[in-house]
Design a protein around this ligand. Structure first.
Ligand SMILES: Cc1cc2nc3c(=O)[nH]c(=O)nc-3n(C[C@H](O)[C@H](O)[C@H](O)COP(=O)(O)OP(=O)(O)OC[C@H]3O[C@@H](n4cnc5c(N)ncnc54)[C@H](O)[C@@H]3O)c2cc1C
Length: 633
């Protein structure tokens, strides 16, 4: 495969032959080498590093046994040889996708020091950096109250809209001023809307442009390839986050007086098909930070809701990301057929966006048994749909034609693939969670039954959260270093080191356990959910927690780019997220969002026009109904 001057098409041609599994499993991610211009340790002055809080050569012992009893206020000596670096910033943003970038753009204008952290390589991680020629959706507030945005916190949404200037807000100008080119133009060179009904929605947004422009300002710091595994919490206040610099395994603590979560949901729980998971989001989005918040006792809402698109599953040994797949979403219902090649949707049929499409196909595949062996349906394009449909992935038709399959006039199999998920800490009107100083762009109440954001959610709440965090920084008393209890850092170091160094008989490797979590996730959390399917899935997840997780071991306990260590840590978060999501779905006795529940085939606004929030009591997941504040509530 040619290394220099490789074209995208030649690159894809190369991968098709040898490593397409790679595209599916995200190893592509490691593009920017450590120490590149994004690592604050090598670049910025404003983020100061206090290396190695305490260095000991204590023998590698199980810290729990030897932990000395500490006097109150005494800073705990590091019991294990786990040195950690400490970075200081005023505002920490976890996640550099569009949620994090839009929050940072606004916070940056207020002159605060900002450190953005990401698990993957900056500009090459998460959904946003797949840069898939995005459909840049925007609704004015009135438009937000559409059926698929019914269950949201109206008070917060109104406050966010008012902050952006209501109907005057122009997302095109905002994005172009932050690096976008938005090439889809009309004859006068104006940005063209995708349809008259959506005057402020256009196509061909490439989100990398705004990441490049943001970094180009030189006014922010980015720390990438750093996986946040826990929040630094003292009492009722979040004082930053704790994580691992993946290339070296070095522990990092980011001390921040305000922290914004923008690290996506857990989209990896939706099954495994042949060589890839049944989804099109990044493999890095495993719900780590929301589940860390859950372990700190925060209420997590909307975990029962997710989003699915129908993406190609043509070749058994090929898994397609969105960027190199073909398929359909609610904008192309006419190209979807059942197993007998009968059209699924009539010409003039109106479904409620992706939500209605998924409910309908769920019923068709699982109840009417009119799906394919892989629980999919068929899709085919006409020459006319190929030339007229502005669905970004149409560009891949030629790629498939060059590889021996013509999607025009031939049926190909597509299946529901998960691309977004709810499941975030509940937030107040100022986007703040139950922990002081911790904000969440995708907090529960922001996206509701939509099941995680579209770009319009992330833009609306991203900009607003940036502002709210700065307001908090200006008002909240700063915390002196001497006041901080570092014990949570020691405990997190111990937890992660135990996962890495565990030795048990008859151990299970992280990928083995992950497949089981994904299989249970698919059984209970797809577009069709019966009581029986969900109960079976929960029983299996309970068994995995009881029997398999204690046997999770790694092939080696090195700290250097130990991807198994990363997977093992993620598995704990995925298990919590999967169990919580399916329990919430089982409790919600109605059909809503992207799934169909045959025992309760209708939406039930009498009993279920509310959020379901989950918190931990001991080891128990406890759920409660929380009403959504109405407009002007
Ligand atoms: C393939 C695909 C196509 C889509 N198409 C559209 C579209 O056309 N229009 C639209 O409106 N919406 C679309 N969406 C939905 C939605 O807009 C996107 O999911 C959105 O880009 C999400 O942005 P985000 O910033 O919330 O998440 P992401 O872009 O995924 O960013 C989250 C970041 O958090 C990082 N992260 C995760 N865990 C950790 C951790 N433990 N520590 C540190 N960092 C962490 C990840 O590496 C990632 O970079 C699409 C989604 C997908 C997946």
């Amino acid at each position: 495969m040619k290394r220099e001057g490789i074209s995208r098409r030649d690159f894809l041609r190369g991968t098709m032959a040898s490593a397409l599994g790679v595209a599916a499993t995200g190893i592509l991610g490691a593009c920017s080498p450590a120490g590149a211009a994004t690592d604050p340790a090598t670049t910025s002055a404003s983020v100061n590093e206090e290396t190695t809080k305490a260095e000991t050569t204590a023998a590698e012992t199980t810290a729990a046994e030897t932990a000395p009893q500490m006097e109150s206020g005494q800073t705990a000596p590091v019991l294990e040889s786990t040195p950690y670096e400490v970075y200081h910033t005023e505002l920490l943003v976890i996640g550099t996708g569009n949620a994090g970038v839009w929050a940072t753009q606004r916070a940056m204008e207020e002159g605060k020091t900002i450190l953005m952290v990401d698990k993957g390589p900056f500009r090459h991680s998460g959904a946003s950096a797949m840069s898939w020629d995005a459909l840049m959706i925007w609704h004015d507030y009135a438009g937000m109250r559409t059926p698929d945005w019914q269950l949201i916190n109206g008070e917060t949404a109104q406050a966010a809209f008012d902050y952006l200037g209501g109907a005057e807000f122009n997302p095109y100008v905002e994005s172009i001023n932050h690096g976008q080119t938005l090439p889809f133009r009309d004859a006068n060179g104006e940005v063209a809307p995708i349809s008259p009904q959506l005057p402020k929605t256009t196509v061909s947004a490439f989100f990398r442009r705004e990441m490049d422009a943001l970094l180009g300002t030189g006014r922010i710091n980015v720390m990438d390839q750093t996986m946040i595994t826990d929040l630094l919490v003292n009492g009722d206040r979040c004082l930053g986050a704790i994580g691992i610099y993946l290339p070296t395994g070095r522990m990092r603590v980011i001390r921040a007086d305000a922290t914004i979560m923008a690290s996506s949901g857990c989209t990896q729980i939706h099954g495994w098909l042949n060589i890839g998971y049944r989804g099109i989001n990044s493999t890095d989005n495993t719900g780590d930070v929301p589940m860390a918040a859950f372990r700190h006792g925060l209420k997590i809402g909307e975990s029962e809701f997710a989003q699915y698109d129908f993406n190609s599953i043509i070749f058994k040994d090929v898994a397609h990301t969105f960027g190199c797949g073909i398929g359909a979403d609610a904008g192309e219902l006419e190209v979807l057929f059942d197993a007998n090649h009968e059209r699924i949707f009539a010409d003039d049929e109106v479904v409620n966006g992706n939500l209605g499409m998924c409910q309908r196909i769920g019923e068709l595949v699982f109840k009417d048994k009119k799906g394919t062996a892989n629980d999919g349906v068929y899709c085919t394009y006409t020459q006319e749909s190929y030339e007229t449909v502005r669905y970004p992935i149409m560009r891949n038709v030629r790629f498939f034609q060059e590889h021996g399959f013509d999607p025009i006039g031939n049926y190909f199999e597509v299946a529901a693939e998960m691309y977004e998920h709810g499941g975030a800490p509940i937030i107040d009107k100022n986007m703040m969670t139950e922990l002081k100083g911790l904000f969440d762009v995708r907090g529960a109440g922001a996206c509701g039954e939509n099941g995680g954001p579209h770009m319009c959610h992330n833009r609306l709440y991203g900009h607003y959260t940036g502002k709210c965090a700065v307001n908090y920084l200006n008002a909240a008393p700063a915390v002196g270093e001497e006041e901080i209890d570092w014990t949570p850092v020691e405990e997190e170091c111990r937890r992660l080191s135990e996962i890495r160094t565990r030795k048990v008989e008859n151990g299970l490797r992280p990928h083995e356990i992950r497949r089981k979590i994904q299989a249970a996730g698919y059984r209970g959390f797809t577009i069709y959910r019966t009581t029986e399917m969900m109960e079976e899935a929960i029983a299996e997840l309970e068994r995995i927690r009881r029997e398999d997780m204690p046997r999770q071991v790694l092939a080696d306990d090195s700290t250097t780019f130990n991807v198994e260590w990363k997977s093992a840590i993620e598995n704990i978060n995925m298990l919590d997220s999967a169990e919580m999501s399916i329990r919430a779905s089982l409790l919600r006795e109605e059909t809503r969002g992207c799934y169909f529940r045959p025992e309760f085939p209708q939406k039930d606004d009498v009993n279920w026009n509310c959020m379901l929030a989950c918190h931990l009591e001991g080891d128990e997941m406890v759920f409660e109904k929380i009403p959504y504040p109405e407009i002007g509530g």
